[in-house]
Design a protein around this ligand. Structure first.
Ligand code: ZN
Length: 228
């Protein structure tokens, strides 16, 4: 039996998975700060909404870190030992994030829709917002590729989900770019429409996560933790 080398590989995998999740936290913290600051200074509702989205992403990253840490702790105790507490933390954490996302999304949607027809002589969106939004697309797509490669190597389902999330964030940033570009081209409403769409995407992400968490925990309960 090569259980020692197997154990070593698992430990190495856990470390790589944790590093990937930490890289995501770091990148999202930087992106969130720049998006909200420039979104505010450059008068872009779309970029600001996407910055709020990235703030929610940080919460999701925190969840990934907790899940990875708990499963590593379980693996260290005994190989193949299922740490029951991690299910509970994962469920509670996921539900919390999902409610946060739905509330944030609805708030963003509501704010953008209520300002949709503001045609007042407000300042137009500055080009800096476009630069930041394009940078966010590149950064999130890069993050998707990096996390996906680690996820495949370490066979971590949590990281696979996190990687696809990063890809959907890149799409959300594309919407922000279109809105900003439209606004700069003389259609100020397009930036607010983009913000509303991003709000919808945030809420949908929360709904999907909440529904999946609900189904998973129901399936686990039904699958017979009855023998306790
Ligand atoms: Zn996101």
């Amino acid at each position: 039996m090569s259980s020692t080398s197997e154990h070593g590989r698992k430990k190495h995998d856990a470390a790589s998975a944790f590093r990937a999740a930490q890289a995501s936290v770091l990148l999202n913290a930087v992106l969130m700060t720049v998006q909200i600051a420039i979104g505010w200074m450059a008068f872009s509702d779309g970029l600001l909404a996407d910055g709020v989205h990235t703030l929610a992403d940080l919460g999701a990253d925190g969840m990934v870190l907790i899940v990875l840490r708990l499963s590593t702790a379980a693996a260290q105790r005994r190989a193949g030992f299922e740490f029951e507490g991690s299910d509970w933390y994962e469920t509670a954490g996921s539900l919390f994030i999902s409610i946060l996302l739905i509330a944030t999304g609805m708030e963003t949607l509501w704010t953008s829709l209520s300002h949709l027809n503001d045609t007042g002589n407000g300042p137009s969106v500055h080009a800096a917002a476009l630069v930041v939004a394009v940078f966010v697309i590149v950064a999130k797509e890069g993050l998707f590729r990096y996390i996906m490669s680690v996820a495949k190597r370490t066979r971590s389902s949590v990281l696979v989900a996190s990687a696809w999330h990063a890809r959907s964030d890149a799409i959300s940033a594309c919407v922000a770019v279109l809105g900003i570009a439209g606004s700069m081209a003389g259609v100020p409403m397009s930036d607010r429409v983009a913000a509303a769409l991003i709000g919808l995407m945030i809420a949908r992400m929360g709904w999907t996560l909440g529904w999946k968490t609900f189904k998973d925990s129901f399936a686990r309960t039904a699958a017979g933790t009855t023998g306790r």
